[in-house]
Design a protein. Structure first.
Ligand code: DLL
Length: 438
């Protein structure tokens, strides 16, 4: 296919560099970026001036904490292109965040930015064991969402063959997996479950597929869910993370050790902060993930608060890479539910259900009655349970309620629903209906 040998996009001179080398690269890029922000982005100039901060005050990555945070609200207030640091005609592409909470935020890239992003996504695919011989089946949505084009460009960059299927038409997805011999599947974990379910319903043995690797992300998912997907599709499933504001998929990704996601920290410098005080937290402590885009031109965000909750480690990985790793984000500060004072992430409910051998098809309904929060968890029955007696179904409801109570300490009403009554997700799943906000 490729007449010339393709670069495989393992970049050990960066990915396995010493901490000192990485810090040098980061410091140099930070200094340049801060200067660019001050000169070209009115919001940053105003903020620096108000703080009495000069670009020259930032001399190395150690000075990072002197810099102000940037929030999603800043992007909204300057919608659509207010934080862009380059002339409009230097832009090569725009994307937008999925906008589940409020107005969409628009992001933009120069050609260099697209290259940085594609390199990150290429390193991610290679890190999961992908090679230039693989067929990469991309079932993330193509469009303003960064999932489709992000994995597409990454796969092209590392010399693989892309199958740009996009999301939807699940039956056809399965047909393509079978007929084209896709080696790698990239989609959201909830869509991977749905594709797995469809494979089973069609009576196809997943081992008969050529598929070997799954690269799943764009939403939180649990270890239990990983095992389910790996079984349903007979593959190894890897976690990939990213967000449009910083680039898109590939900001970080697991390697074959599956011991946290390696951050492409020569482009995206991560910190963990206490979401309340804004203080930087040490390795191992959980808090809000913050990124500074040290390599980007069009949207060089300074200390962008992602609202994702995880922790970092700078320990060298068994794979040989030295780049900092982040744990699986367990949720976002803004989709954490506080139910009668207890913090609950949808991913914790998913964990409990899967542990009990249920399928992860569920919905949480939060309401407030007589000033008291109520939680109902609707769980879909599988086909075999559907024929059970009413009494045994009541027993299942009680078992789930007890498990939720003992692991999360919350009381929930459990309602079993008929098989297939919860809509399947082709992109990011929506699990929570919070009626308290209405
Ligand atoms: O979801 C980019 C992406 C596409 C990542 C495909 C991975 C694969 P946004 O639409 O801007 O971009 O949403 C970003 O999604 O802040 C997290 O809350 C969540 N998220 C992304 N990846 C993961 C993951 C894309 N692996 C937001 N685990 C982020 C948990 C994730 N949450």
């Amino acid at each position: 296919r490729n007449s010339s040998p393709m670069p495989n996009y393992y970049e050990p001179e960066i990915e396995c560099a010493s901490r000192e080398t990485l810090r040098e690269i980061q410091s140099q890029r930070l200094v340049e970026m801060v200067k660019r922000c001050y000169e070209n982005v009115p919001l940053y100039k105003k903020r620096f001036d108000e703080m009495g901060l000069k670009p020259e005050d930032i001399r190395s990555i150690d000075d990072l904490t002197k810099l102000p945070f940037t929030t999603k609200q800043d992007l909204r207030d300057t919608y659509p292109f207010g934080l862009i640091a380059v002339p409009r005609d230097d832009l090569a592409r725009v994307h937008a965040s999925s906008g589940t909470t409020g107005k969409q935020t628009v992001v933009a890239y120069t050609q260099n930015d697209l290259d940085i992003w594609a390199r990150s996504a290429a390193r991610a695919i290679v890190g999961c064991g992908g090679t230039h011989e693989d067929f990469v089946h991309v079932s993330y949505g193509y469009g303003l969402f960064t999932g489709g084009l992000g994995l597409h460009d990454g796969a092209e960059k590392m010399g693989a063959t892309v199958i740009p299927v996009s999301s939807g038409n699940t039956s056809r997805q399965v047909q393509i997996l079978q007929d084209y011999g896709s080696d790698i599947l990239a989609c959201t974990p909830s869509y991977a479950m749905y594709i797995g379910e469809t494979v089973r319903e069609k009576g196809i043995d997943p081992k008969s597929l050529r598929l070997r690797i799954g690269i799943f992300g764009a939403e939180p998912w649990t270890e239990e869910m990983r095992r389910e997907i790996e079984k349903a599709l007979a593959i190894r499933a890897f976690d990939i993370y990213g967000l449009s504001e910083i680039a898109g998929p590939g900001v970080s990704c697991e390697c074959e050790e599956q011991a946290g996601m390696h951050v492409q920290e020569d482009f995206f410098y991560p910190e963990i902060i206490d979401p309340v005080t804004g203080e930087q937290l040490p390795d191992g402590e959980e808090g809000e993930l913050v990124f500074t885009c040290i390599g980007k031109e069009a949207l060089p965000l300074i200390r962008y608060r992602t609202r994702d909750i995880c922790s970092l480690t700078h320990e060298k990985c068994a794979c040989g890479r030295t780049t900092v790793r982040m744990t699986k984000p367990k949720g976002r500060t803004d989709d954490m539910l506080i139910i009668r004072g207890i913090n609950v992430f949808p991913s914790q409910i998913e964990s409990v259900l899967l542990d009990l051998g249920m399928d992860p098809n569920y919905r949480m309904i939060v309401d407030r009655k007589n000033n008291l929060d109520t939680l109902e968890v609707q769980v879909e029955m599988n086909e075999s349970m559907f024929s059970d007696t009413v009494r045994s179904l009541e027993r299942v409801e009680r078992t789930i309620a007890d498990a939720l109570h003992s692991t999360l300490n919350i009381a929930a009403k459990i309602t079993l629903l008929e098989p297939k009554s919860i809509e399947r997700s082709e992109g990011k799943a929506k699990r929570v209906i919070d009626r308290r906000k209405l």
